[in-house]
Every structure is written in C-alpha cells, then in structure tokens.
Design a protein around this ligand. Sequence first.
Ligand SMILES: [Zn+2]
Length: 79
Amino acid sequence: MRLGRIEEGQRRIRLECEIQCISCSKRVPGGIVVADGFDKTDEFHRMLEDLRETYLCGICRDAKRIEEAERAGRTTGDA
Ligand SMILES: [Zn+2]
C-alpha cells in the first residue's frame, strides 16, 4: 500500500510496517511504499499513526460500506 505523495520518477522504498485491520486483525500484505525520505518526516509518522487506528482491510471495508448503505436505506426509506 502506498502512503503519502510519490512524485513521478521519484525513488520509492518499501517499509515493513505492522499494520493490521482494526476489525479482523488481518495484516496488510506487502508493507508500505513511500517516497524515499518521506519515512523520515513528521507527516509520515502522523499518517502511520492514523492508519494504525483506522485501517480496514478490503473485506471489512466492503462489509462496512454495505452496512452503512443499509442503514442509510432504513433511515431514508428509499433504498
Ligand atoms: Zn478486516
């Protein structure tokens, strides 16, 4: 997964970060790809913290989307 901005032609590096889905604890496969040097910035650390607190894997994200759509359908009644 990519984190932050990576400019065209910029060197990128792969980081082995422990990120897990907050719902099912599945690990992110393949680590995180960032622009070379971005991993040394405060912005990167903030984004990584954010990700750790909010990350959902594809399956859980889909489940959540369906759940939210259903909830929206119930409240508006025109789903
Ligand atoms: Zn999950």
